[in-house]
Design a protein around this ligand. Structure first.
Ligand code: PAF
Length: 241
């Protein structure tokens, strides 16, 4: 497994490889990431994983600072998963070149997380585009857990680049919580609450009758969760994919 920090070093290794599968990550690797890597290893000749905590996609500085970082453990996992290349660039390396045109997300997509996390998806689109230009992969892999991220990347980049954008299934733990690096920031009690909420949503999802409005039921669940767990809910919506 080659560990690479500089773009010119990366070019030396992959410029002649035409079938690179690319798994972009911000580290804090879990079985969700490993499932993306497994898919890449099935579909592509060589697999490249990036670890880069992208500062531009955090709308709050504190969130960026406390984001879990565990490079040593990540490298052990990547070696075990038989990844070919790991790219760990610095922010300077990625953002050295200024963009010609600012990323602007169409108003009609300013929904769900885009409405509540200012600049988040603009930051994601910016960094993903930079990575695609540097690596020129045959495939790039994303988890269904972040469906809005996948949706926007597909909207903005399929057709613009040759890279095929592949969606992979959400991986959940035995308590039905979708695996996420940020789960490391939750304590035992908060994980239990997250599990109860996930289970409630899964039951509700299976009961949805798409022929009628479900807004009453949705509001009932929303206020039940707010009262029971004393949490703030930014949004809870049913959306046509
Ligand atoms: O999904 C993530 O971990 C990040 O948003 C990504 C795609 C690696 C871009 O920084």
């Amino acid at each position: 497994m080659k560990i690479i920090k500089k773009i010119n070093q990366l070019n030396k290794y992959i410029s002649n490889v035409s079938n690179v599968g690319f798994v972009p990550t911000m580290g804090g690797l879990h079985k969700g990431h490993i499932s993306l890597i497994k898919k890449s290893k099935k579909m592509a000749g060589k697999t490249l994983v990036s670890i880069f905590v992208n500062p531009t996609q955090f709308d709050k500085k504190k969130d960026f600072l406390i984001y879990p970082r565990c490079l040593k453990k990540d490298l052990v996992k990547l070696k075990k998963a038989k990844v070919d290349f790991v790219f760990i660039p610095s922010a300077n390396e990625i953002y050295f070149k200024k963009r010609k045109r600012k990323i602007v997300i169409n108003k009609k997509y300013k929904i769900l997380c885009s409405k509540f996390r200012k600049g988040h998806f603009e930051g994601v689109l910016d960094v993903v585009e930079r990575f695609i230009k540097i690596i020129n992969p045959k495939f790039i892999f994303f988890g269904e857990k972040d469906y809005q991220q996948f949706f926007l990347i597909k909207k903005y980049f399929s057709g613009k680049f040759k890279t095929k954008i592949i969606l992979c299934k959400t991986i959940r733990d035995k308590n039905k919580i979708a695996l996420s690096t940020r789960n490391q920031l939750l304590n035992k009690n908060q994980m239990q609450i997250a599990s109860n909420i996930s289970k409630k949503f899964i039951i509700f999802k299976n009961q949805i009758d798409y022929k009628i409005s479900n807004s009453n039921k949705l509001n009932q669940i929303k206020y039940f969760l707010i009262n029971k767990y004393k949490i703030k809910i930014d949004y809870l919506e049913i959306i046509d994919k």
